[in-house]
Design a protein around this ligand. Structure first.
Ligand code: NI
Length: 163
């Protein structure tokens, strides 16, 4: 495993629509391993492949106290409810913002073995999935800010939990 170089706004790779993964081969397995290591080193809860410069539809998520998981070719099936959350992004360091996210989301995709999976989640996991799926479509949380007053600077120690 290796730590990959994080891409930061305004890197154009963050604005591309990522491509579907057609074959889950050893290069994808290595990408997932490296993404997990990169996310853990940054104390993040989620990471999308474009954030390490790879424009493919792969995301990893790690909820506190749980094993990290990968979702390949994730697709949003359903969203319900709305709540205001504070969010940060590993590609937008030094900032956090208040935006609206769904209360629950249902996502389908494939796990790293290529098996079809479907997840219905709420809370932080739902927020992280919406955030990471946005990354695959070139969208960043700052695009959802209702006004610039909703964005503020944060201290480096408050960066944990970025996505
Ligand atoms: Ni992010």
């Amino acid at each position: 495993m290796a730590i990959r170089t994080m891409r930061y706004l305004p890197d154009p790779v963050l604005r591309q629509k990522a491509k579907r993964v057609s074959a889950i081969d050893s290069s994808i397995q290595r990408l997932i391993d490296d993404m997990v290591e990169t996310m853990q080193q940054a104390n993040g809860v989620g990471l999308a492949a474009p954030q390490v410069g790879v424009s493919l539809r792969v995301v990893v998520i790690r909820m506190p106290g749980e094993e990290p998981m990968a979702i390949i070719n994730p697709k949003m099936v359903k969203r319900a409810g709305e709540r205001e959350v504070t969010e940060g992004c590993l590609s937008v360091p030094g900032y956090a913002g208040e935006i609206k996210r769904s209360i629950s989301v249902t996502v389908k995709g494939q796990n790293r073995q290529g098996k079809a999976i479907r997840l219905k989640t709420t809370g932080l996991m739902a927020q992280a999935l919406e955030h990471e799926l946005d990354h695959l479509n070139g969208i960043l949380y700052v695009d959802h800010l209702e006004s610039q007053d909703k964005l503020h600077k944060i201290e480096p120690e408050a960066e944990d939990g970025g996505m």
